[in-house]
Design a protein. Structure first.
Length: 422
């Protein structure tokens, strides 16, 4: 296999991953004196923060998937390739996609994360994650199938198992999923299935002593109370011992009969195979310096969730605004590096953090001020619809939220054929 021929004699910058960081880096390199190639296994950019709303039948999948080529149309020096990167050879500056070898002069790795199951037996096989649009669609189909199968069986124990939903992890994703499921069950689901009223059970399992450990303890306590009010059973200081197709075994020897386990309890870097190993952190993130260059590879940068900063205290939270800022910073440094100018260190501007809980409640920390309640909930909605790419998607998401939150309904309850709970 030979390397793909160059279209010009200019430097080639290859960006692997079209998440927040990679997509932003490609856009910020428009007009640069280099050919830019953006590679991703999907031909769309996924708005990860709203995946849980796809999974809980609130949003259409297309509203959180923006076509990459649409954004790149007017960027003459930037092109896109849909491919799965299998291996990176830093010595020869080659990227192997299985069918092509792509050479590069500069490389940006922005491949994101995958779920970390902490070696829990059965967790990878019997739980759902929320790392991709396919994950969210699969979970939505499974949840709808559980409702339908529970309504069709006279077996009360089977009904309870089908309608028991276990969420593992009390961070932002776990809390958002638990709140959205509780809202669904208390609203549209009970109106659709009146014969199942009183059977639904949502269990949120958190290994630590508080929910939302990235926020203050006061906001964690507020979140606990809010979820409890919505009917979520919160279990703190509890770990998962094993997962099977029909139950979850907890570290305190309790077994929960459930047909649905949603895993939101940790991540690790999602990297292709590396021909030459790089220095990495325990979760597989690549070590970078303050200019976001990978150690010992000055022409290779890493951004987003795949990054671990070497300098203590310099690592930003693993959130979309950090990846976006890193994408801009890397594009700026690439331009400077190609001109032989000194690189500039990356400095993260922390704009704050928000999380939605459910029941018109949320939590936030902005400019050092912690707050919770309706204001945080509303701000979360406004911030995310602002960041969402595409005017059409923003408008339709707003209209859908009016239906979801104003009328307490879920319009996307169509179950595709041949779908059964796994």
């Amino acid at each position: 296999m030979t390397a793909e021929p160059r279209e010009s004699a200019r430097d080639r910058i290859v960006i692997i991953g079209a998440g927040f960081g990679g997509f932003q880096a490609a856009q910020s390199l428009a007009g640069a004196a280099a050919d830019v190639l953006l590679i991703d296994r999907n031909n769309y950019h996924t708005f990860i923060p709203l995946l849980y709303q796809v999974a809980t039948a609130q949003l259409e999948p297309s509203l959180v998937a923006y076509p990459i080529r649409t954004k790149l149309r007017r960027m003459k020096n930037v092109r896109f390739m849909q491919a799965q990167v299998e291996r990176i050879d830093f010595v020869n500056k080659l990227i192997d996609t299985g069918s092509n070898l792509i050479s590069y002069d500069y490389l940006v790795i922005a491949t994101g994360t995958q779920s970390s199951y902490h070696q829990v037996p059965g967790a990878p096989e019997h739980s759902f994650s929320l790392k991709s649009l396919a994950d969210a669609i699969a979970l939505r189909q499974h949840l709808l199938a559980c409702f339908e199968q529970a309504a069709a069986t006279p077996d009360r124990e089977l009904q309870r198992q089908l309608l028991t939903f276990t969420i593992v992890g009390g961070g932002a994703t776990g809390v958002e999923v638990a709140g959205a499921l509780a809202e669904w069950w208390r609203g549209a689901a009970q109106r659709d299935f009146p014969e199942l009223v009183g059977l639904g059970r949502m269990v949120l399992v958190q290994s630590g002593a508080n929910l939302l450990p990235e926020f203050s303890q006061r906001l964690g306590n507020y979140t606990h109370r809010q979820l409890t009010r919505l009917g979520v059973e919160v279990r703190l200081n509890t770990k998962i011992a094993a997962v099977t197709a029909s139950q979850v075994k907890l570290s305190n020897q309790v077994a929960i009969a459930t047909a649905t386990v949603i895993w939101a309890a940790g991540t690790q870097a999602a990297l292709p195979a590396l021909a030459q190993p790089l220095e990495s952190a325990p979760q597989g993130q690549l070590m970078v310096n303050n200019t976001l260059q990978v150690f010992e590879q000055p022409n290779v940068y890493a951004i987003g969730d795949v990054v671990h900063h070497a300098a203590p205290g310099s690592a930003p939270a693993s959130v979309a605004p950090a990846a976006l800022q890193q994408g801009v910073a890397v594009a700026r440094n690439l331009r400077r590096q190609m001109r032989g100018q000194p690189l500039q260190p990356f400095r993260y501007w922390n704009k704050g953090r928000l999380a939605i809980v459910g029941g018109y409640g949320g939590v936030g920390r902005i400019a050092g001020v912690n707050f919770g309640g309706f204001l945080a909930w509303l701000m979360w909605l406004l911030v995310h619809v602002t960041y969402l790419p595409g005017y059409r998607s923003r408008l339709l998401v707003l209209l859908t939220w009016v239906q979801n939150y104003g009328l307490g309904d879920r319009a996307l309850r169509q179950l595709l054929p041949m779908t059964k709970p796994r």
